[in-house]
Design a protein around this ligand. Sequence first.
Ligand code: SF4
Length: 175
Amino acid sequence: MPGRAELSALHAKVAAFEGVVEAGQSTFLQCRRGCDGCCRTARSAWAVEIDHLRTYLDTLPPDRLAALRARRGTPAVVAGERCVFLDDDGGCAAYAARPIICRTHGPAVRTPDDTLSWCGLNFVGLGPEAVAAAVPAASIINLALLDSMLALINARYVAHAGGEARAPLTAALQG
Ligand code: SF4
């Protein structure tokens, strides 16, 4: 299916860039397993990412998959107060296949409107000018560029698979 291999390649690029981010920003980052503030909301993703999640979920033991499907009806997920894949220990049940947006949470990133943004638990006490001065520009992910690559990949996927361009992450759990 067009788009699948390109998405995996993009995941690899983002993973490779994590080292650059770590080297440039680690002094200011509190991100760690179990810190789940980024996951306490409902998220959506591009159709090709939902497909990638489905393929991953198909590899899980049936009882684990059934438990994840049952989460779709829990009050916090229905209310959009937590991601359906957020485990109680703060881990991600779909970590290996999580969408691109989940791979960029936390560190300083440059947003499509050309401002710097980061998780409020990081860069404590620093404003945008101080952050820009403190970290190498080369360690800051450009979300507009990343989003445009992802949109192109998704367009290739949707042209063949059909359907909507984006969907809530819960769509990956439809049986
Ligand atoms: S998919 Fe995983 S990393 Fe992304 S918001 Fe949900 S729990 Fe968090």
